[in-house]
Design a protein around this ligand. Structure first.
Ligand code: NAD
Length: 484
């Protein structure tokens, strides 16, 4: 008797990325005035791998006296840096970009070890985009006035820059590249859970022979960040992080004449119309919310589906979610890695429990999660009401909340019904409809028939409680220059 084979049961073999080539030190000092220095008062704290809970390397945290020293070094270096021709400054930025490319494999592995994101993403997105930002702004350094409508420009001075843990090297590049291109010097504070790639970037600044004092890297926690923005001698603060901390920084700077840009949280709407290519939309939904475990400020965490296709889209999405591979961030087949920290895992757990408590229907994919480390399996909520906490608050994890709508006007109303306004996605076959909806959305970035696409030449930033100021492209020069 012959039996027809209807399905092949198969799985991927493990494809672990090697860590042999990684050159991490056991302990890192603060990068101030061109070298790594012992902290004067701050402690040394281990950076933990969230997928194993093992320490990777020890990192100095900066206290107020260290910050003073860092700002003084940046101040002292600034006039000479600003007096170089744009072409000369650009050469240093080109060098940094090329050195990031040369050390790309190492940087990708370190980013995944320190932050928990799949190496496929750090290798294909974070590190190439970080290099691309330096390339982009290297090109602007000698053309600054063309970037601001032909006006004369002057640098602001010393920029204090604070970045979060979700795209550690990329956010450092978003901050440093335009600041330096414009003739400013910088003091950058990486996030407490992910300082390592910024410290490798400090080594790259040394390799690029960047003049001492142009870039300082001062790791630390919230207290270090709060102390940094309260120091005298800074001319500019650029912050990416949560809305609550953004408000605190805004209050700390009030009346001091320090210029500020804020890139804050989001609860972005991903809108699927009935005329969209639905399979393509499902891929975009997955990319929109499960990329980087949903630790993405512009994640498409509110999925708005037109009622006529809601059942179909949810069924296909659920089927597709079942094929996501959750696990070791260093495995090249992994789609969803580790949650960045225990604290973040607790935040996700709390909001997901609130969703269940408020009556939404939860589905979480079945998968074997490693025993150690911080993990959360991709989760989908249906029967969500607009007032539920999971429809309002940023979860910053792999959790999507589905709402439905009947008409275009209702979709726009629901999408705009948020204190945030960072990004949105519109899925439709009709170009005119996409433009009409995009113009009515209060969101800094609107993607059409795609999601989470980033390019150094495109401006990124928010509306409402998602912040103000733009990063990327010529618009990203404006926050770092005085225009006359
Ligand atoms: P967070 O605001 O707690 O921390 C961000 C950074 O600020 C860290 O370096 C932290 O040490 C520092 N910090 C904390 N308290 C501070 C204080 N009082 N003063 C100065 N600095 C302080 O945010 P998080 O929870 O670590 O990061 C996630 C948040 O960041 C999310 O809300 C997310 O949406 C947002 N984010 C926004 C963007 C964007 O471009 N809009 C990008 C990435 C992340």
């Amino acid at each position: 008797m012959t039996r027809a084979r209807t399905a092949i049961a198969w799985d991927y073999a493990p494809a672990p990325e090697s860590t042999d080539h990684v050159r991490l030190r056991d302990s890192y000092g603060l990068f101030i005035d061109g070298d790594f220095r012992d902290p004067r008062e701050g402690a040394r704290v281990p950076s933990i791998n969230p997928s194993t809970e093992e320490p990777i390397a020890e990192v100095a945290h900066a206290g107020p006296a260290d910050l003073r020293r860092a700002i003084d070094a940046a101040r002292a270096a600034q006039p000479r840096w600003a007096s170089l021709s744009g072409l000369e400054r650009g050469k240093y930025l080109f060098r940094i970009a090329r050195l990031i490319q040369e050390r790309a494999r190492e940087l990708a592995v370190v980013e995944s070890m320190d932050g928990g994101k799949p190496v496929r993403e750090s290798r294909d997105v974070d590190i190439p985009l970080a290099a691309a930002h330096f390339f982009h702004y290297a090109g602007w350094a000698d053309k600054l006035s063309y970037g601001v409508g032909g006006r004369e420009v002057a640098p602001l001075g010393v920029a204090a820059q604070i970045v979060p843990w979700n795209f550690p090297l990329l956010m450092a590049a978003w901050k440093l590249a335009p600041a330096l291109a414009c003739g400013n010097t910088a003091v950058l504070k990486p996030a407490e859970t992910t300082p390592l790639s910024a410290l490798l970037l400090a080594e790259i600044c040394q390799e690029a022979e960047l003049p001492a004092g142009v870039v300082q890297i001062v790791p630390g926690d919230g207290a270090t960040g709060a102390a940094l923005v309260r120091q005298e001698g800074i001319d500019k603060v650029a912050f990416t992080g949560s809305t609550s901390v953004g408000k605190d920084i805004q209050a700390a700077l009030a009346g001091r004449g320090v210029s500020l840009t804020l890139e804050l949280g989001g609860k972005s709407a991903n809108i699927v119309f009935e005329d969209a290519a639905l399979d393509q939309a499902v891929e975009g939904i997955v990319n929109g919310i499960f990329f980087n475990q949903g630790h993405v400020c512009c994640a498409g965490s509110r999925l708005l589906i037109q009622e006529s296709v809601a059942e179909t889209v949810v069924a296909r999405l659920w089927e597709r979610m079942g094929r996501l591979r959750v696990g070791d961030p260093l495995d090249k087949n992994t789609d969803v890695g580790a949650i960045n920290s225990r604290e973040q895992l607790e935040r996700i757990d709390e909001l997901v429990s609130a969703g269940e408590g408020e009556g939404a229907v939860r589905r979480t994919i079945a998968c074997d999660l490693p025993e150690r480390g911080y993990w959360f399996a991709p989760t989908l909520f249906t029967e969500v009401a607009p007032a539920h906490r999971i429809a309002v608050e940023e979860i910053f994890g792999p959790v999507v909340s589905v709402l439905t709508f009947r008409t275009q006007a209702e979709a726009i109303d629901k999408a705009n019904n948020s204190p945030y306004g960072l990004a949105a996605g519109v899925w439709t076959d009709k170009g005119a409809k996409a433009f009409e909806v995009a113009s009515a959305l209060q969101a800094g970035v609107v993607w059409q028939n795609t999601y989470n696409h980033f390019d150094p030449s495109a401006a990124f930033g928010g509306y409402k409680e998602s912040g103000f100021g733009r990063e990327g492209g010529p618009a990203g020069l404006r926050p770092y220059v005085r225009v006359s």
